[in-house]
Unconditional design. Sequence first.
Length: 194
Amino acid sequence: MTILGLGVTDAGGQASATYTAGANNPTTNVQDTIQASVADATSAIIITRTASSGATTTAASLDLLAQPTTVKSDDSTTSTITVRALNTLNAALPGVTITIGTNTGVLSAPTVVTGSDGKATLTFSSGSNAFNRTATITATAGTATAQIPVQIVGSTVTLISTKTTLSDDGSSPATLTVTARDAGAMRFRERLLP
């Protein structure tokens, strides 16, 4: 902010003015430049307005990134979720509190706050549910929302039969065994079907 105005010097060659920061509450430190000029001479000072403790930063939009975009179904790997808060000019915003949720799996935190680069990170894993599925991770800050899918993969199912042919009179049934394993090859469900 530059303040322009006229002042009259006193007998000692000094003029004074009162500077007030105003009613707007910055969410980050803001530097105001105050300049005084007489004929061909100019002098300037910078006054820093510090962020208000009660001020909040509002994001216009959020970006989400998952690296990698898959995790194993045995809860042995994680995906790093990075969320970035942007203003209306797509500039990164620090100090934004973002709520993070998922429809399945486990997040390392329910909320994050963006750093000086406008980004915050957390991790995602499959949790105890060993089924293959798609998790949808949702980030929300005010009215700004973003979603990203993460695939939970690696579980397998095998089917074994005691017979490959059957008589059509039903006198000799086959026994089918289904074995389900998670990404770490651990059985998570086994059923015997007649």
